[in-house]
Design a binder for this molecule. Structure first.
Ligand SMILES: [Zn+2]
Ligand SMILES: [Zn+2]
Length: 256
Protein backbone atom coordinates (compact mmCIF):
# COMPACT_ATOMS: atom_id res chain seq x y z
CA UNK A 1 0.00 0.00 0.00
CA UNK A 2 1.13 3.51 -0.87
CA UNK A 3 0.29 6.50 1.31
CA UNK A 4 0.70 9.47 -1.01
CA UNK A 5 -0.05 12.23 1.46
CA UNK A 6 1.62 12.91 4.77
CA UNK A 7 3.45 15.85 6.28
CA UNK A 8 6.81 16.49 7.91
CA UNK A 9 8.55 19.31 9.74
CA UNK A 10 9.15 20.91 6.34
CA UNK A 11 5.58 22.17 6.89
CA UNK A 12 3.26 21.41 9.84
CA UNK A 13 4.19 17.81 10.60
CA UNK A 14 6.69 16.03 12.82
CA UNK A 15 10.33 15.28 11.99
CA UNK A 16 10.77 13.93 8.48
CA UNK A 17 12.87 10.96 9.56
CA UNK A 18 10.33 9.93 12.22
CA UNK A 19 7.48 10.15 9.69
CA UNK A 20 9.30 7.94 7.18
CA UNK A 21 10.34 5.50 9.93
CA UNK A 22 6.68 5.25 11.01
CA UNK A 23 5.61 4.55 7.42
CA UNK A 24 8.21 1.76 7.16
CA UNK A 25 7.02 0.30 10.50
CA UNK A 26 3.42 0.41 9.27
CA UNK A 27 4.42 -1.95 6.44
CA UNK A 28 3.76 0.55 3.65
CA UNK A 29 5.41 -0.06 0.28
CA UNK A 30 5.69 3.65 -0.36
CA UNK A 31 5.10 6.98 1.30
CA UNK A 32 4.77 10.45 -0.20
CA UNK A 33 5.96 13.41 1.81
CA UNK A 34 3.54 16.08 0.63
CA UNK A 35 4.39 19.13 2.69
CA UNK A 36 2.34 22.28 2.36
CA UNK A 37 3.66 24.54 -0.33
CA UNK A 38 2.26 27.96 -1.21
CA UNK A 39 3.40 29.74 -4.30
CA UNK A 40 0.36 31.78 -5.29
CA UNK A 41 0.60 35.55 -4.83
CA UNK A 42 -2.59 35.99 -2.80
CA UNK A 43 -2.70 37.88 0.51
CA UNK A 44 -3.97 34.75 2.22
CA UNK A 45 -1.04 32.66 0.97
CA UNK A 46 1.46 35.35 1.92
CA UNK A 47 0.04 35.60 5.44
CA UNK A 48 -0.11 31.82 5.85
CA UNK A 49 3.48 31.41 4.68
CA UNK A 50 4.61 34.01 7.17
CA UNK A 51 2.52 32.93 10.14
CA UNK A 52 2.57 29.16 9.72
CA UNK A 53 6.06 28.83 8.28
CA UNK A 54 4.93 26.94 5.16
CA UNK A 55 8.07 27.59 3.17
CA UNK A 56 8.66 24.44 1.16
CA UNK A 57 8.84 26.74 -1.88
CA UNK A 58 12.28 27.74 -0.58
CA UNK A 59 13.34 24.56 1.27
CA UNK A 60 12.41 21.74 -1.09
CA UNK A 61 15.98 21.25 -2.30
CA UNK A 62 17.22 20.68 1.24
CA UNK A 63 14.32 18.32 1.91
CA UNK A 64 15.14 16.49 -1.34
CA UNK A 65 18.64 15.69 -0.07
CA UNK A 66 17.16 14.41 3.19
CA UNK A 67 14.67 12.23 1.30
CA UNK A 68 17.50 10.79 -0.78
CA UNK A 69 19.35 9.64 2.32
CA UNK A 70 16.17 8.26 3.88
CA UNK A 71 15.59 6.18 0.74
CA UNK A 72 18.86 4.42 1.48
CA UNK A 73 18.06 3.92 5.11
CA UNK A 74 14.51 2.55 4.89
CA UNK A 75 13.08 -0.32 2.91
CA UNK A 76 10.20 1.49 1.19
CA UNK A 77 9.76 3.99 -1.61
CA UNK A 78 9.85 7.59 -0.41
CA UNK A 79 8.33 10.18 -2.73
CA UNK A 80 9.38 13.78 -2.90
CA UNK A 81 5.99 15.50 -3.20
CA UNK A 82 4.16 18.68 -2.21
CA UNK A 83 0.64 19.67 -1.21
CA UNK A 84 0.25 22.86 -3.19
CA UNK A 85 -2.46 25.45 -2.56
CA UNK A 86 -4.56 26.08 -5.64
CA UNK A 87 -6.31 29.36 -6.42
CA UNK A 88 -8.22 29.98 -9.67
CA UNK A 89 -6.46 32.56 -11.82
CA UNK A 90 -3.01 31.67 -10.46
CA UNK A 91 -2.40 28.63 -12.68
CA UNK A 92 0.64 30.15 -14.44
CA UNK A 93 2.46 30.77 -11.15
CA UNK A 94 1.79 27.24 -9.96
CA UNK A 95 2.71 25.67 -13.30
CA UNK A 96 6.03 27.55 -13.48
CA UNK A 97 6.95 26.60 -9.91
CA UNK A 98 6.08 22.91 -10.39
CA UNK A 99 8.06 22.74 -13.65
CA UNK A 100 11.05 24.21 -11.85
CA UNK A 101 10.80 22.18 -8.63
CA UNK A 102 10.20 18.87 -10.44
CA UNK A 103 8.62 16.95 -7.57
CA UNK A 104 7.76 13.26 -8.02
CA UNK A 105 4.14 14.44 -8.06
CA UNK A 106 1.99 17.25 -6.69
CA UNK A 107 -1.15 17.17 -4.58
CA UNK A 108 -3.44 20.15 -5.18
CA UNK A 109 -5.63 21.61 -2.44
CA UNK A 110 -8.30 24.22 -2.00
CA UNK A 111 -7.64 25.46 1.54
CA UNK A 112 -8.62 29.14 1.11
CA UNK A 113 -12.25 30.20 1.20
CA UNK A 114 -13.48 33.75 1.74
CA UNK A 115 -9.98 34.83 2.78
CA UNK A 116 -9.76 32.18 5.51
CA UNK A 117 -8.78 28.53 5.86
CA UNK A 118 -11.67 26.15 5.20
CA UNK A 119 -10.81 24.64 8.62
CA UNK A 120 -11.41 27.93 10.48
CA UNK A 121 -14.63 27.34 12.41
CA UNK A 122 -14.66 30.86 13.86
CA UNK A 123 -14.62 32.54 10.47
CA UNK A 124 -17.78 30.80 9.26
CA UNK A 125 -19.92 29.94 12.28
CA UNK A 126 -21.45 33.40 12.72
CA UNK A 127 -22.61 33.58 9.11
CA UNK A 128 -26.18 33.06 7.93
CA UNK A 129 -26.99 29.66 6.51
CA UNK A 130 -27.51 31.13 3.03
CA UNK A 131 -24.04 32.71 3.13
CA UNK A 132 -22.48 29.43 4.23
CA UNK A 133 -24.28 27.62 1.40
CA UNK A 134 -22.88 30.20 -1.03
CA UNK A 135 -19.37 29.57 0.26
CA UNK A 136 -19.76 25.81 -0.05
CA UNK A 137 -20.75 26.42 -3.67
CA UNK A 138 -17.68 28.65 -4.09
CA UNK A 139 -15.51 25.86 -2.61
CA UNK A 140 -16.77 23.35 -5.18
CA UNK A 141 -16.28 25.86 -8.02
CA UNK A 142 -12.65 26.23 -6.96
CA UNK A 143 -12.24 22.46 -6.75
CA UNK A 144 -13.75 21.99 -10.20
CA UNK A 145 -11.31 24.54 -11.55
CA UNK A 146 -8.40 22.76 -9.79
CA UNK A 147 -9.38 19.48 -11.41
CA UNK A 148 -9.82 21.07 -14.86
CA UNK A 149 -6.40 22.76 -14.60
CA UNK A 150 -4.67 19.34 -14.54
CA UNK A 151 -1.78 20.93 -12.66
CA UNK A 152 -1.71 18.13 -10.09
CA UNK A 153 -1.58 14.34 -10.06
CA UNK A 154 -3.83 14.22 -6.98
CA UNK A 155 -6.58 16.47 -5.64
CA UNK A 156 -6.57 16.42 -1.83
CA UNK A 157 -9.57 15.89 0.48
CA UNK A 158 -12.25 16.65 -2.13
CA UNK A 159 -14.91 17.63 0.41
CA UNK A 160 -12.73 19.51 2.89
CA UNK A 161 -15.73 21.70 3.82
CA UNK A 162 -17.19 18.69 5.70
CA UNK A 163 -14.31 18.95 8.17
CA UNK A 164 -15.72 22.22 9.42
CA UNK A 165 -18.92 21.90 11.52
CA UNK A 166 -19.98 25.37 10.29
CA UNK A 167 -19.87 24.25 6.63
CA UNK A 168 -20.87 20.60 7.07
CA UNK A 169 -23.94 19.08 5.47
CA UNK A 170 -24.56 21.78 2.84
CA UNK A 171 -22.96 19.99 -0.12
CA UNK A 172 -25.48 18.88 -2.74
CA UNK A 173 -25.63 15.92 -5.08
CA UNK A 174 -25.52 18.36 -7.99
CA UNK A 175 -22.17 19.71 -6.72
CA UNK A 176 -20.83 16.16 -6.32
CA UNK A 177 -21.90 15.34 -9.87
CA UNK A 178 -20.27 18.44 -11.34
CA UNK A 179 -16.97 17.72 -9.61
CA UNK A 180 -17.15 14.04 -10.53
CA UNK A 181 -17.67 14.97 -14.20
CA UNK A 182 -14.57 17.17 -13.99
CA UNK A 183 -12.53 14.29 -12.51
CA UNK A 184 -13.82 11.88 -15.15
CA UNK A 185 -12.19 13.98 -17.89
CA UNK A 186 -8.99 14.99 -16.03
CA UNK A 187 -5.63 13.36 -15.40
CA UNK A 188 -6.01 14.48 -11.75
CA UNK A 189 -7.35 11.82 -9.40
CA UNK A 190 -8.95 12.37 -5.99
CA UNK A 191 -7.67 10.65 -2.88
CA UNK A 192 -9.32 8.76 -0.08
CA UNK A 193 -8.08 10.93 2.78
CA UNK A 194 -8.00 9.55 6.34
CA UNK A 195 -6.82 12.76 8.02
CA UNK A 196 -9.91 13.19 10.23
CA UNK A 197 -11.11 9.59 10.62
CA UNK A 198 -9.87 9.41 14.19
CA UNK A 199 -10.90 12.90 15.30
CA UNK A 200 -14.11 14.93 15.76
CA UNK A 201 -15.22 14.47 12.14
CA UNK A 202 -14.73 10.71 12.23
CA UNK A 203 -15.10 10.08 8.49
CA UNK A 204 -13.02 9.80 5.35
CA UNK A 205 -12.93 12.35 2.57
CA UNK A 206 -14.90 12.03 0.42
CA UNK A 207 -18.16 11.09 2.17
CA UNK A 208 -19.76 7.79 1.17
CA UNK A 209 -22.29 9.59 -1.05
CA UNK A 210 -19.65 11.62 -2.88
CA UNK A 211 -17.39 8.55 -3.18
CA UNK A 212 -20.21 6.63 -4.87
CA UNK A 213 -20.92 9.47 -7.33
CA UNK A 214 -17.23 9.51 -8.25
CA UNK A 215 -17.07 5.74 -8.64
CA UNK A 216 -20.17 5.71 -10.86
CA UNK A 217 -18.13 7.78 -13.31
CA UNK A 218 -15.16 5.41 -13.17
CA UNK A 219 -12.97 7.85 -11.22
CA UNK A 220 -9.95 6.26 -9.53
CA UNK A 221 -8.40 7.17 -6.19
CA UNK A 222 -5.08 7.26 -4.40
CA UNK A 223 -4.80 6.78 -0.63
CA UNK A 224 -3.56 9.42 1.78
CA UNK A 225 -3.33 9.39 5.57
CA UNK A 226 -2.69 13.16 5.81
CA UNK A 227 -0.76 12.18 8.96
CA UNK A 228 1.18 14.87 10.78
CA UNK A 229 2.68 12.77 13.60
CA UNK A 230 4.49 9.41 13.57
CA UNK A 231 1.96 7.79 15.92
CA UNK A 232 -0.84 8.57 13.41
CA UNK A 233 0.80 6.82 10.46
CA UNK A 234 0.19 3.18 11.45
CA UNK A 235 -3.38 3.62 12.76
CA UNK A 236 -4.40 5.66 9.69
CA UNK A 237 -2.82 3.08 7.38
CA UNK A 238 -5.00 0.48 9.15
CA UNK A 239 -8.07 2.71 8.59
CA UNK A 240 -7.21 3.01 4.89
CA UNK A 241 -6.71 -0.76 4.60
CA UNK A 242 -10.13 -1.29 6.16
CA UNK A 243 -11.67 1.25 3.77
CA UNK A 244 -10.18 -0.57 0.79
CA UNK A 245 -11.42 -3.93 2.08
CA UNK A 246 -14.96 -2.60 2.75
CA UNK A 247 -15.36 -0.68 -0.50
CA UNK A 248 -13.55 -3.07 -2.84
CA UNK A 249 -11.55 -0.10 -4.12
CA UNK A 250 -8.43 -0.82 -6.16
CA UNK A 251 -6.30 2.26 -5.38
CA UNK A 252 -4.19 3.86 -8.09
CA UNK A 253 -0.42 3.61 -8.06
CA UNK A 254 1.11 6.71 -9.62
CA UNK A 255 3.63 6.23 -12.42
CA UNK A 256 6.53 7.85 -10.56
ZN1 LIG B 1 -4.80 19.85 3.03
ZN1 LIG C 1 -2.29 17.54 4.00
Amino acid sequence: MYDYHLHSNYSDGDFLRAMVAAAASAGLSGVGVADHCMVVSTDWARESRRELGFNLDTTYERRREAIESLREEFDLRVFDAAEVDYEPGHEAEIRAFLADADFDYAVGSVHALDGANVHATGHFEGMSESRRRELVERYFEKLESLVASELFEIAAHADLIERNPALRGFATREQYERVADAFASSRTVPEVNAGRVRSEYGRFHPTTEFFEVLRERGVEFTLGSDAHAPDEVGPLAAELRAFVADSGLDPVTLAV
